[in-house]
Write a protein that binds this ligand. Structure first.
Ligand SMILES: Cc1cc2nc3c(=O)[nH]c(=O)nc-3n(C[C@H](O)[C@H](O)[C@H](O)COP(=O)(O)OP(=O)(O)OC[C@H]3O[C@@H](n4cnc5c(N)ncnc54)[C@H](O)[C@@H]3O)c2cc1C
Length: 478
């Protein structure tokens, strides 16, 4: 029997997850799957890019080595971009001029870095000036690493998650780093003003200079960057500048193929575009007016898309994701969900401010339920809060209880908090595996996948191992 041909365009984290979800449903056998990846590597964990910046190899962050695809019967075309697609002809064309037939195709083209309208970004040859970088791919960070030398000055434009990660990576390489952020609060999309101040102090403790309300106007220098000029005319000499100020969905291929797009490629609840048989998933997709930029919603999309494509659950629908952020940014724990400030007159705000410990925790309560939370410096309550937020569970009369260690480690009696939100792995599953012998982070992650998504739960996994691993007599001696 001939198998239907499924073409997947792009080989980023969405595709990596989609392939796993298809495999789980037998989809890698029932389809002839082809993956076209513009980047030359196997699918890698983009979240861990800093490891490459800090001297690691792409293999250290690879999720699926190039050999994985052939082993699973998937045709993989590394380093080959799709530059044209015809829905009517059910064909796509790659940059080597070859034509490929498909029955169904998935756009998983991700995003490009958004470069603010900055004068002097490009030289006379139309390319970014020497010393000017984006921060998105392994190639970007390899170039940054080749350029960077200890003692150099670097400016990172953007004080969101990506900018702070890039700044930490460069500071670790011995550069003198300034973060220039256009807003008055770092990570202003995820934290409130006070949370931003805690974050700022933690970043400054790493030796990184932070300039907020800094509007970068011009890259100065003829062929290579020599300084940045800000809105007020002030100039800051620098040897390199990294733009990490947001992303925009890659919709060009879809648009040129007459697939309706807006900020992203428009999809319905089955992740299908307006053209039957063409789907989109990940950062390139727009669902109900939202384009997501973190992995947890993308993984939820992949599950529904795999159900849709394989027909294993024809009623599966993607209804949008409740977005929460839980990460370690530049070494600082940050978690946030929902509202970051009171929005309605009756909203209650409960916060614990611990200057000395560098920890800030705040919850916003609406109608007795969690409407939002911001945690900076201590995100141990995140798993419990995410569950309360997701389920809209009523909070105890003493709101502080949900931030207390009893709740944070286990939640109220009978609950089983999820530790890894990317792979939905619960505390009880992890404890069971640890007691069964998975007593290192590597073993536990290999068995349960926990910690292999955004990686922000790895600290919690280590704690669980310490608390629950069976003590082996004689271990550590001789
Ligand atoms: C430094 C950094 C840190 C991050 N940290 C976090 C975090 O802590 N938590 C979190 O949840 N998220 C984080 N993110 C975001 C997360 O990495 C993204 O949400 C996720 O990678 C998006 O996956 P994607 O597959 O949709 O897109 P991408 O990963 O961008 O993959 C798309 C791929 O498609 C390829 N492509 C595009 N067009 C074509 C074409 N025409 N033909 C062939 N190939 C094509 C691209 O080259 C790319 O390889 C971070 C991102 C970065 C850059």
């Amino acid at each position: 029997m001939t198998r239907q041909k499924l073409a997947i365009i792009g080989n980023g984290m969405a595709t990596g997850r989609l392939l796993d979800e298809l495999a789980r449903r037998g989809g890698l056998g029932s389809f002839e799957v082809s993956v076209f990846g513009e980047e030359p590597h196997g699918c890698y964990n983009r979240i861990l890019l800093n490891r490459v910046l800090e001297g690691g190899h792409v293999d250290d962050i690879t999720l699926k080595p190039v050999g994985w695809y052939a082993d699973k019967g998937v045709k993989y075309y590394p380093g080959l971009a799709v530059n044209r697609l015809s829905h009517a002809a059910q064909r796509l064309w790659t940059t080597d001029g070859r034509e490929h037939y498909f029955d169904m195709a998935v756009f998983a083209t991700g995003s490009l870095p958004r470069v603010p309208t900055v004068e002097g970004y490009k030289g006379a040859d139309g390319k970014p000036k020497e010393g000017v970088f984006a921060y998105r791919t392994v190639t970007d960070v390899e170039r940054m690493r080749d350029h960077a030398r200890p003692g150099m000055n670097a400016v990172v434009v953007g004080g969101g998650l990506l900018g702070l990660e890039a700044a930490k990576g460069l500071a670790d390489l011995g550069l003198s780093v300034t973060v220039a952020h256009i807003f008055d609060t770092l990570m202003n999309r995820q934290v409130d003003k006070l949370g931003g101040q805690f974050l700022r102090r933690a970043i400054e403790r790493l030796g990184i200079t932070v300039r907020t309300s800094a509007n970068t106007k011009t890259v100065l220098g003829a062929k290579r960057v020599e300084a940045l000029e800000f809105g007020g005319g002030e100039q800051l000499p620098t040897d390199m500048v990294v733009f990490a100020s947001g992303i925009k969905a890659r919709v060009d291929l879809a648009k040129d193929s007459d697939v309706p797009t807006n900020a992203g490629i428009l999809v319905d609840d089955r992740l299908e575009t307006h053209l039957p048989g063409l789907y989109a998933v990940g950062e390139c997709a727009e669902h109900n007016g939202t384009v997501y930029g973190t992995v947890q919603p993308i993984y939820e999309q992949c599950s529904v898309l795999a159900d849709t494509l394989t027909g294993s659950n024809p009623t599966a629908r993607y209804r949008g994701s409740k977005v929460y952020t839980k990460l370690k940014v530049a070494g600082v724990e940050v978690a946030s969900m929902g509202a970051v400030d009171a929005e309605q007159v009756d909203d209650e705000v409960v916060q614990i401010v611990e200057e000395k410990r560098g920890a800030y925790r705040k919850i916003i309560v609406r109608d007795g339920r969690l409407a939002g939370a911001v945690l900076v410096g201590d995100s141990s309550a995140a798993a419990v809060l995410v569950r309360l937020f997701d389920n809209r569970s009523p909070l105890p009369p003493d709101r502080l209880e949900v931030l207390s260690p009893g709740w944070s480690s286990g939640g109220p009696a009978g609950s089983d908090p999820e530790v890894c939100n990317c792979h939905h792995v619960s505390t009880s599953t992890l404890v069971g595996e640890i007691r069964g012998g998975c007593d290192t982070l590597a073993r536990l992650s290999a068995k349960t996948k926990a910690g292999t998504g955004c990686g922000s739960c790895r600290g919690q996994l280590a704690d669980l191992i310490l608390k629950n691993a069976p003590v082996v007599a004689g271990r550590g001696k001789g």
